[in-house]
Design a protein around this ligand. Structure first.
Ligand SMILES: Cc1cc2nc3c(=O)[nH]c(=O)nc-3n(C[C@H](O)[C@H](O)[C@H](O)COP(=O)(O)OP(=O)(O)OC[C@H]3O[C@@H](n4cnc5c(N)ncnc54)[C@H](O)[C@@H]3O)c2cc1C
Length: 391
């Protein structure tokens, strides 16, 4: 992919920052000795992210060859590359950052009233507070909407929330929670709505960080809601919304998760290639053996296809992916290929690949989450088929 000088400069700036400022903290974050959050505000300041990724930098136009088109495309490139570079170093840091900035603040920005944006989204966008987005429940994962048990009952100028959530990124430490709940009685009965709840609200409790296979630097946990009273102006958007707004959140989450997978596979491929060129067995570099070349070539096929998927909007100069089916197809393919490439890298490094020191085992454990979160592979397939067969 041909980069302009400006794009190369951006990528190198991100890469240098993550390598110098985030990577040294990865072992402490993985062990739980350090949380990812204190690193986020300094990162925003150092990289000028408030301006680069903020609302004011919304890409306008459809790309094109004029100055405005090029500027819009550079912003699209910057957003994707920022996430890729973060995932190369620490997918779990990227997951926590994305849950706070995209899933919490992005939803409030997209659907909130001006007052909600100012009060709840702004501090999270500036990494002064941490947010989370709570859809999944113990009884409702893939069928999160149909199986939702958490309720919101109108009581005068308040809503009263009851229920529980699980597997929620950032929940153990979040300052603000976007809770999805089914409205009981009155306007919009039965519909699923989003409510902003602040930590410290009576009746809201969170569990400790859960022990996980991967993404260990990203705290995941439960939320318990026991007669939690929130003012009616904490209902996102200020009024009951149509069905479908949750699905729009899932679409943007899936684009982000595909990009994380790509970052993982790019790093794993590079580590495996470098190792194959250096490691000698039977008097030769293992890269000289065709069976190793075959593995590297297949890893590259996946990498090359996924690169085109995650940079598709940038390359086409358009603001967002063309259809829900395309987004699900991209998420499914990148997530599966992320796991494939990471495990191939372990195989090429063999004993060393199995050791923490060589990074690929951590990236492989992290990669698996991306086949599950934001809807499992099966959910992507069901959604693709539904979209394709729609008359
Ligand atoms: C580290 C981590 C972070 C997460 N962060 C968040 C978060 O921030 N916010 C949030 O709301 N959620 C979050 N989740 C939850 C995640 O989105 C769910 O785990 C995921 O949607 C799957 O739900 P489930 O685990 O309940 O699996 P289940 O729905 O129980 O699925 C079990 C298996 O059955 C399959 N299956 C289910 N239904 C069908 C069907 N109709 N046809 C074929 N196969 C089917 C699934 O594909 C899967 O293989 C997180 C999860 C993890 C592990």
């Amino acid at each position: 992919m041909e980069l302009t000088d400006a794009e190369r400069l951006l990528r190198d700036t991100f890469r240098t920052y993550f390598t110098r400022e985030i990577e040294p903290h990865v072992p402490a974050m993985e062990s739980g000795a350090m949380l990812p959050y204190p690193l986020m505000r300094p990162m925003h300041e150092a990289l000028g992210l408030d301006a680069l990724l903020g609302r004011g930098a919304k890409p306008r136009g459809d790309g094109g060859r004029d100055d405005a088109g090029r500027a819009a495309n550079t912003i699209r490139y910057a957003r994707t590359t920022f996430t890729v570079e973060m995932a190369r170093v620490s997918p779990s840091f990227a997951l926590s950052y994305g849950a706070s900035l995209s899933l919490f603040a992005g939803n409030v920005l997209g659907k909130g009233t001006p007052e909600q944006i100012e009060r709840f989204a702004r501090p999270v966008l500036h990494c002064e507070k941490i947010g989370c987005w709570a859809l999944t429940e113990p009884g409702g994962g893939s069928d999160a909407l149909g199986g939702m048990k958490t309720t919101a009952r109108r009581d005068g100028d308040h809503f009263v929330l009851n229920g529980s959530k699980t597997f929620i990124t950032n929940a153990p430490y979040a300052d603000v929670f976007l809770i999805l709940a089914r409205v009981e009685g009155g306007d919009g009965a039965g519909s699923i709505q989003s409510f902003v709840v602040e930590r410290g609200t009576p009746g809201l409790a969170t569990g400790p960080a859960m022990k996980k296979m991967g993404m260990r630097g990203s705290p995941t946990g439960e939320i318990f809601l026991d007669d939690v009273r929130v003012p009616a102006d904490h209902l996102l958007g200020g009024g009951v919304r149509e069905r479908g707004h949750v699905k729009a959140s899932l679409t943007s989450e899936r684009i982000g998760l595909a990009v994380l997978s790509y970052g993982i596979m790019e790093r794993c491929y590079e580590i495996a290639r470098g190792y194959a060129l250096r490691r000698r067995q039977f008097g030769r570099a293992i890269a000289e053996y065709q069976m190793i070349q075959s593995r590297l070539a297949r890893m590259y096929v996946a990498l090359s296809n996924c690169r085109r998927i995650v940079y598709a909007d940038y390359l086409a100069g358009r603001p967002s992916r063309e259809s829900v089916a395309d987004v699900c197809a991209g998420k499914l393919y990148c997530a599966e290929m992320g796991t494939f490439v990471a495990f191939e890298a372990i195989h090429i490094l063999a004993g060393n690949g199995y050791m923490e020191e060589y990074v690929v085992e951590r990236l492989a454990r992290d990669a698996k989450l991306l086949e599950l979160g934001g809807g499992t592979t099966e959910m992507q397939i069901l959604t693709i088929a539904r979209e394709l067969l729609r008359e």
